[in-house]
Structures are given as C-alpha cells and as structure tokens.
Write a protein that binds this ligand. Structure first.
Ligand code: PLP
Length: 420
C-alpha cells in the first residue's frame, strides 16, 4: 500500500502533498506525550536488547483480578450480556455504586447521580469536556498525576498549578489554595492518596481545604479517590463531600475499580455528582465511546457487591513493600524518601545527587538525567519528577515483588554510591 501523506515513517514528497502539520489538529499543540509511557517504552527496548531491567514505573497492582470477579465476567459472556448497554452504565452497576458510596463514604446518591465510563480517566475527561470553556481555570496541586494538566488543556481550560513540597508532606496548605482561586476558577482537582507521592490528607486536612472552598461558592470540587482503599496503618480515608456536606452539591466524586480490585485492564471508572453535570458527561460519552464494555460492567458489579475481604491483606502487603522501599531508598547517598500514608508510590527527593557525576560519566543536572542514567547504568526504570510537576524527585511504583524491590534498591544504592 502506498504511504499516506501524513505518515512520518514513510514520507512521500510530491509537491502537491499536504504537509503533516497542516493536516493534524492544532489541539495536539496543547498536549504532551505521556512521560510514563516514554519510560516504559525505553525500558522495554532495553529488555528486548537483553538487558536485565527492573521496572518501577507501572501504576498498577502486580496481582491478578480476584476469581469471583473473573467468574462474573464469564457468566456475563455466557449469559449473552454482550450487547450495547445504557451509555453511562447498567442500572445494576449504578445501584452497586450507590451502595458503595453509602457503605464506605457515608454519601447518599441516587442512581441518576451516577455515571460509569471506560476507566476513571474517561470519567475525568468527560467532566472537563462537559464543563470547561476557554479561560476557565482548574486548580491542580503538584506533584500531580501526569494526565490532569493535559486533560484540562485538551478540554480548552487552563491548569493552575499549586506546588506542595516535601516540607509539607507533598500536601497543599489552605492558604495556598485560597491564593490560587480567581473569578475564573471552575474546579479544584483533589487527589488523595496521591499519584505520584502517596501523600494522603487526613480528615482535618481535607476539612481545612473545604473550609476555604465554602468561602468561594463558584468553585467546584473534582475529587479523584482512585487510591481510597490503599491507606496504611490507622490512616482513615476522607473524601471532600463526606467531610463537608455543604459542598455535596458542587462536588464530583470520582472513583473506579482499577487499583483496589486489580482491574486496570477492564476499564471501569465511575463518578457521582449533581444530575445536570452527570447528564452532561453522559452526553459527551454518548458521542465518543458510548457504553463501557458490558462484560467489564458486570465484573465491576461483582467487585463492588461481592466479598471485600481481600482488601485488608492487600493493604498489609503494600504497607510492607512501602516500608522496604522507603528504608532502601533512605540508605542511598543523596536521597531522602518520606513515608507516605497511601497508594503504591513513593516520591524520593534527589537534591543531594544534583551536580554530581555518575560512575558512567553522566553529570546529573536534573531528575530526568538522573532517571535516564539510572536506567542506562543499572537497569532500574523510574519516572522522573518533572513529569509530575515537582523536581528534583523521581517516582517509584512499589507494586512489584519484594525480590525485585530489594534488588532495585541495591542497584540504586550502588548508583548513588558511585556519584562523585
Ligand atoms: C490518580 C489517578 N487517577 C485516575 C487514574 C485512572 O485510572 P483508570 O482509568 O484505570 O480507572 C489513575 C491511573 O493511573 C490514577 O493514578
């Protein structure tokens, strides 16, 4: 087949051909490719070339979806539940989500206040597409999940980044939130426990932020509670609409089954909020993907309604790995790693490594150079902090085996010991 005009791999050059950049949408100028995918790709290339690579970049649990959930999906297939469904979710799943919010968060929603999409990612995207006009601002605390600013920009809004450093446990303070609010602020985007830091806000800390929001009635809250079930020790998860019921009518509570139930590939996320917003989000989805996979929806019904007893042991497992990784990283010269309360990430600071030269001869000028040299010289893949809006740091996902984590920490220790 002859190459097409916009195919950069096989360019064709007759004078009448339309150049690539006039063919592609200007929208692309507003987004950058995912840096986490770039790291994964580089690690895969090195592994394919025979290198011994330890990947600490993936944002997903390393264990399999529980059997009862798989069985529900098989039943759905065999029972012919393989057709289009209602655009934003089957009634059975909406009811299971209503029950989950009541049971776990003390939030009282009706099915009409619930929407289901193809992963939490689509739900967040729908919400921005349904609400943002050019110039509308979305306050995003940094370090942030890589997709937030790009999603806001794709939807035509402007991200307003509020940086929280290690000194405050990577959590923003109420005065910083207050200072970021303008008449154009539409959303405050909240994520606790956080990807990439694992930082989790206590009830009192959430309350301090919701107090600020009460003073600004035009600002809505989008809370991404994806890591709700991954909090450690005696930490108690809190979500804004639960902490401050007066914000209930301007809060979109987003959650999903990906992380808690090891269902990243099934692609089911959901949200609850005011009916007009939920309807607007369904309208966007109706003209893009329509319903999420019918089979995955039935699996999610089982995830939410079925036994929840494996969540406790999972938490204990992740907590043990967190402690292993934090200890291993704090034993590295030049690295400081705080102990987070949730998720399966740590976000060590590498200020003590900047300006030094690696054993392989690379001058560590920033965290991207650090991560690249670490991968090239030791085979350990991590994601550099600049991707998440705070440097000099890197993100470690500890959702992998104890053996891999122990070996990775030893390699990072050796890498740091070699810096001079
Ligand atoms: C903070 C956060 N929100 C949302 C998502 C999206 O999850 P999914 O689309 O798999 O439901 C992720 C996935 O990495 C995440 O880390």
């Amino acid at each position: 087949m002859p190459p097409r005009a916009y195919d950069t791999q096989h360019p064709v050059t007759p004078a009448h051909q339309v150049p690539q950049m006039t063919f592609l949408s200007a929208t692309l100028d507003r987004v950058k490719p995912s840096p986490t995918i770039a790291v994964t790709t580089r690690a895969q290339e090195l592994a394919a070339a025979g290198r011994d690579i330890i990947g600490l970049g993936a944002g997903e649990p390393d264990f399999d979806t529980p059997d009862n959930i798989k069985a529900a999906a098989i039943r759905a297939i065999e029972g012919g539940k393989t057709k289009y469904t209602a655009v934003d979710g089957i009634p059975e799943l909406k009811r299971a989500i209503v029950a989950k919010f009541a049971r776990e968060n003390g939030l009282s929603y009706t099915p009409a206040q619930v929407t289901v999409g193809t992963g939490g990612k689509q739900v967040l995207y729908n919400a921005f597409m349904a609400t943002l006009n050019p110039g509308d601002e979305v306050i995003i605390p940094a370090p942030y999940w890589v997709s937030y600013p790009d999603m806001v920009q794709l939807a035509g809004g402007s991200p307003v980044i509020v940086v929280a450093t290690m000194a405050t446990g990577f959590k923003i303070r109420p005065d910083a939130l207050e200072a970021a609010i303008t008449p154009r602020t539409k959303w405050f985007l909240f994520n606790s426990p956080s990807n990439p830091t694992g930082a989790a806000y206590t009830w009192a800390e959430v309350n301090a932020l919701t107090d600020v929001l009460l003073r600004h009635p035009h600002v809505w809250v989008m809370t991404d509670d994806m890591y709700e079930h991954l909090v450690f020790g005696n930490f108690v998860f809190a979500t804004p609409a639960q902490v401050e019921p007066r914000l209930f009518d301007r809060t979109l509570t987003v959650n999903g089954v990906s992380k808690a139930y090891a269902m990243t590939g099934w692609r089911i996320g959901y949200a609850a909020g005011p009916v007009p917003l939920i309807r607007a989000m369904a309208k966007i989805q109706s003209q893009s993907t329509s319903n999420p996979s019918s089979i995955s929806q039935w699996a999610a019904v089982e995830a939410l309604n079925g036994p929840q007893d494996f969540l406790g042991p999972n938490k204990a497992l992740f907590q043990r790995r967190r402690d292993l990784v934090v200890a291993g990283l704090n034993a590295c010269a030049g690295i400081t790693c705080p102990v987070p309360d949730g998720a399966f990430y740590v976000y060590p600071d590498i200020a003590g490594c900047i300006g030094k030269t690696s054993a392989g001869g690379t001058v560590i000028t920033d965290d991207e150079v650090f991560a690249t040299a670490l991968l090239d010289e030791t085979g350990v893949a991590v994601v550099f902090g600049a991707a998440f809006g705070l440097s000099p740091n890197f993100r470690v996902s500890y959702a992998t085996s104890d053996a891999a984590l122990t070996e990775a920490c030893m390699r990072i220790q050796a890498f740091c010991a070699g810096l001079h």
